[in-house]
Design a protein around this ligand. Structure first.
Ligand code: MN
Length: 261
């Protein structure tokens, strides 16, 4: 199939409903929870929106806002430069990443049962191997998404699931991350939770292995996604292009999935 035919098939599929577009993005509001670091570190600012005009004296025919936002708030993309392990890699910031990486297939690992039973569920290599036994090998260059249906698991007034000892949400252990990075050469790892690492991963050995090994290998992260329950285990295509911030470590973005109807 020639490229022109491939694109024609895609646009006709979008037109006739054979291909659906699913929005995996959460709405940004000033209340959107911001990741909290231990108190000795600098904290991120919450999302802010300041109206400049709305068809009034400040601007009679137009409406617009100034916005303030951290690179890592809301549904967002993590670039390799975000972590010290990826700081010297080539093309490691959002403005220099190969744009071809912003369109990629995804393997969706359904962990809803496990997470419903244990909010501290740890994704292991064994879980991915069991997934592969059913759905086939994780292809190189694909995303791996941990589906937890997280919004149904936590209460809406505590979406980060913070307790006295920190956040509690699922994530992969170090061996699982190494398997994805070294044995499967994935594009990156994505989740509905506030970070790609497990909520208690400060206490893992090494700490925060998903950030350490993914970004150290030039891989990416996506977090705070929604609607992963609308994706098939395989066969969806993810569009995830961050803002082109000079030397940006990440960016809020619109994550879209193309899925077969
Ligand atoms: Mn981030």
């Amino acid at each position: 199939m020639k490229g022109q035919e491939v694109l024609g098939a895609l646009t006709s599929g979008l037109g006739n409903g054979a291909v659906k577009v699913i929005d995996l993005t959460e709405t940004l509001t000033p209340e959107y929870p911001v990741i909290e670091l231990p108190p000795e570190f600098t904290q991120a600012s919450p999302f802010q929106k300041k109206e400049l005009s709305r068809y009034n004296e400040q601007g009679p025919a137009w409406y617009w806002n100034d916005i303030t936002i951290n690179e890592h708030t809301g549904t967002h993309f993590d670039a390799p430069i975000h972590w010290v392990s990826g700081k010297d890699l080539p093309n490691n910031s959002v403005d220099t990443i190969d744009p071809a990486h912003f369109i990629a297939p995804v393997c969706v690992v359904d962990c809803t049962k496990e997470v419903a039973a244990d909010q501290d569920f740890i994704l292991t290599r064994k879980h991915l191997e069991d997934w592969e036994a059913k759905h086939g090998r994780i292809p190189a260059g694909s995303w791996v998404f941990l589906r937890s249906d997280w919004r149904k698991v936590v209460s809406s007034d505590n979406p980060k699931n913070m307790r006295e000892d920190g956040a509690h949400h699922p994530g992969p252990d170090a061996e699982c991350v190494q398997f994805m990075v070294k044995d499967r050469d994935v594009l990156g790892f994505g989740t509905e939770c506030v970070g790609t690492d497990h909520g208690q991963a400060f206490h893992f050995d090494p700490p925060l292995p998903c950030h350490l090994y993914m970004h150290g290998a030039g891989k990416y992260g996506l977090q705070c996604m929604t609607n992963l329950d609308r994706l098939p285990p395989t066969g969806a295509v993810i569009f995830s292009a961050p803002l082109k911030i000079e030397e940006g470590s990440g960016s809020p973005l619109r994550v879209l999935a193309l899925v077969p109807a």
